[in-house]
Ligand binder design. Structure first.
Ligand code: DGY
Length: 364
């Protein structure tokens, strides 16, 4: 995730610096250190692994004895393990690994892990469930923003927009070229959606409603809604790969989906196809995608996610003009990030009270 500038933070409502520790409260703590201890003892201890928008953070600060990691980069894993020790709740990001080691370090009093993301592949949810720890996530509020991003990447890759911008900035633009910068048409083509959940459906809606595309989808469950309203057709993966003009992946990352877009899959796609991934970088095999783009097995790709993140500057994908890469920003809109903060705070506070979570990944 990009580090928000001060201006963006203000717009998002996040507080800058350590301003949640107000001058009055600091003064009060200096004067009455024991009272402060008594006071905070009644509040649950939580660790918040990064500053999140005030839409959620303010309520966490008001209700909890909260330790908020102040840096723009995530806490190193060893530091995370130290900071969660003794906490009853932790508000995590997708960059924090929540595994057995984490749960052991936190201790048996840990009641809730509230993830500031819809995807929970950073969390060992099975282990949390075995330990009776509630896990929350932040769906819905980022659906449109993520589908918009998927479509933006599709159109950027199809119309070679980033390549065009680089051309301009390198002072290579000499004239209007009848044969130059020719990209792919979108109208009336076929979109293949892998994972017809909320975001897949929202992407398919844009493709169908705005660009009149046929919709193919691959999912373990049928989507009556997509079939009824978008005339979508559920097909096996091979059919989707071979028939779709564009393939957009919206699947969860798990043991069955990890690496599903590999050399074999890219070879089944059309040489004119465009691959879009706004879900998780590990769904595609980066080295195979590089070959597919370099050798012309497919036309282009648009990625909001990579493996690892951030993508190393010597990654060969960065050398390709037909690969558009954004820094995992699909949910980075004001309403999505505020909505995520609101749900993440609700989940945390509900979990601390032993209540059902607003968005509960592992109902216990
Ligand atoms: C998520 O929520 O899982 C996204 O990847 C980040 O918003």
């Amino acid at each position: 995730m990009r580090i928000p500038s001060r201006k963006r933070c203000e717009r998002l409502g996040a507080r800058g610096g350590n301003s949640h520790r107000t001058a009055t409260s600091i003064q009060w703590r200096r004067t009455f250190p024991q009272k402060r201890k008594q006071l905070t003892m009644s509040k649950p201890r939580v660790f918040v692994t990064r500053k999140i928008p005030a839409a959620g953070l303010d309520r966490v600060l008001a209700a909890c004895d909260a330790d908020v990691w102040p840096d723009p980069l995530p806490p190193p894993h060893e530091v995370l393990l130290q900071r969660v020790a003794g906490c009853e709740g932790v508000l995590t990001l997708l960059t924090d690994k929540v595994d057995v080691e984490f749960f052991e370090a936190a201790g048996p009093q840990l009641r809730v892990v509230s993830n500031f993301a819809v995807g929970c592949n950073n969390i060992d949810v099975g282990e949390a469930t075995r330990r009776g720890i509630r896990v929350g996530n932040t769906p819905d509020v980022l659906t449109d923003a993520t589908a918009d991003m998927a479509f933006a990447l599709l159109i950027c890759a199809a119309r070679r927009i980033v390549e065009g911008q680089d051309f301009v900035r390198r002072a290579q633009w000499k004239t209007w070229e009848p044969l130059g910068h020719v990209g792919a048409d979108l109208i009336g083509r076929t979109i293949g959606i892998v994972g017809m959940g909320r975001i897949g459906y929202a992407m398919a809606t844009r493709c169908r409603g705005g660009w009149g595309m046929q919709v193919l989808y691959h999912d373990q469950c049928a989507s009556e809604k997509a079939e009824q309203f978008l005339l979508a057709r559920r097909v096996d993966l091979d059919t989707l790969l071979s028939q779709a003009d564009f393939v957009s992946v919206h699947a969860d990352l798990n043991d069955t989906t990890r690496g599903m877009f590999n050399a074999e899959a890219f070879r089944k796609m059309k040489p004119t196809a465009i691959f879009v991934n706004t879900a998780r970088g590990l769904l595609h095999v980066a080295a195979d995608l590089y070959q597919a783009l370099r050798q012309g097995w497919i036309f282009a790709a648009g990625l909001d996610v990579t493996d690892p993140e951030p993508i190393p500057m010597d990654d060969p994908l960065l050398t390709l003009p037909n690969c558009v890469i954004a820094p995992h920003i699909a949910s980075a809109t004001v309403s999505s990030r505020n909505g995520m903060a609101d749900i993440a705070a609700d989940n945390l506070l509900a979990g601390l009270q032993g209540q059902p979570l607003r968005c509960w990944v592992n109902p216990l």
